[in-house]
Design a protein. Structure first.
Length: 364
């Protein structure tokens, strides 16, 4: 009961002191609130004009100017609002201990806003460097920009956290020592994550594929939809999405079908053993002629030859390239070619072979 009475007395004392401050500093409070209101009302106008000044400083390189303007505009709005509260608190005249705490909060807020602006600018800065260094692929540049910008953001945020911790009065050297010991344990537990990050960097730098490419590996086949720091998303022909760890993907042979100038087709057909040599030769010459006349088949390498004798067939090997490298269109070309080959074989009086076994029985 006595504790409750004491608590009520403390509340009464707080409001009494507050009323005393209001009575003694009424004019300062009104002026301070007015400053806060003015900064609140004009924060958008101030941020817009100051960010425009930053942009004008880089007239010769409008991309940098535009990046700076976009990056700082929102943090500046927040800065002028916080500045209004800080100046208002200065005018109101809080006690030295309270104002010291307000000043510390103001400095920490400024660190956060600078971090925000730098994090916003990292994609622009990264894109400028990558586009200057590599003009070969817009898609690969976009992936690299996203990947490196995310890494830079993590570094910037980590550094700002260290500065804020220092601002709060904690011993950074002791903290770093503790983090070093903890980091050793963490690194052992996060080996796979680190491996994926390094593998992701390898994918971005080596560029074995881009977003939108059709790839084939021993583990996955499909179209690359996204490349992140840890994994790569691949949409398969069955319209399912497979998330592949980057560390696994970089250690596998990768066939990038999208970088083919044309699509390679190689297969064998088997004719029955009752087909004569002249019939086989006629089939080979007709198939070769058909391929050379087809407008959708590249004529720089067409090969139709008698491959040899299999267990149940006389084999003809057919090699050609389709001009269209797209997977679905190439399949349509192969379908048309297969129909033509079937017609040629039947027109020449030959038959396709199928696995069979001949059994010879001797009379006892």
């Amino acid at each position: 009961m006595s504790g409750k009475i004491t608590f009520i007395a403390d509340i009464k004392s707080f409001f009494k002191d507050l009323l005393s401050i209001v009575e003694n500093h009424f004019a300062n409070i009104i002026f301070g609130v007015l400053i806060i209101a003015l900064f609140f009302l004009f924060r958008k106008w101030l941020s817009k004009n100051i960010s425009a000044i930053f942009a004008k400083l880089f007239k010769k390189n409008p991309m940098i100017g535009s990046g700076i303007r976009t990056s700082v505009q929102s943090p500046l709005k927040a800065f002028f609002l916080i500045l209004g509260f800080y100046l208002g608190a200065m005018v109101i005249g809080f006690s030295p201990s309270v104002f010291a705490a307000i000043t510390k909060v103001f400095r920490i807020c400024n660190i956060v806003l600078i971090t925000w602006a730098l994090a916003n600018f990292t994609p622009f800065a990264t894109s400028l460097v990558i586009k200057f260094e590599d003009k070969s692929s817009r898609k690969s540049s976009a992936v690299a920009i996203k990947f490196i910008a995310n890494i830079l953001k993590v570094i910037i945020i980590a550094l700002s956290c260290v500065i804020i911790i220092s601002e709060l009065g904690y011993n950074i050297s002791g903290l770093i020592t503790g983090l070093g010991l903890g980091g050793l344990t963490f690194s052992l537990a996060a080996q796979s994550t680190a491996a994926n990050l390094f593998a992701g960097f390898s994918i971005v730098s080596d560029k074995p594929f881009d977003v939108g490419d059709y790839i084939i590996t021993p583990s996955v086949e499909g179209t690359v939809e996204d490349i992140t720091m840890r994994s790569t998303c691949v949409r398969t022909v069955a319209d399912t999405v497979i998330v592949m760890p980057n560390s696994k993907l970089v250690n596998e042979p990768i066939t990038n079908c999208s970088r083919m100038t044309k699509r390679y087709v190689d297969f064998t057909i088997g004719l029955t053993y009752d087909a004569e040599v002249r019939t086989i030769e006629k089939c080979i010459s007709d198939i070769e002629e058909m391929l050379k006349k087809d407008q959708e088949v590249s004529d720089d390498r067409i090969s139709v030859s008698f491959a040899g004798f299999a267990e149940s067939s006389q084999d003809i090997r057919i090699i050609y390239f389709t001009k269209d490298k797209a997977f679905d269109k190439s399949l349509k070309v192969q379908e048309k070619i297969n129909y033509s080959i079937s017609e040629i074989v039947r027109k020449n009086g030959a038959s396709f072979a199928f696995p069979s076994t001949s059994v010879y029985m001797e009379n006892a």
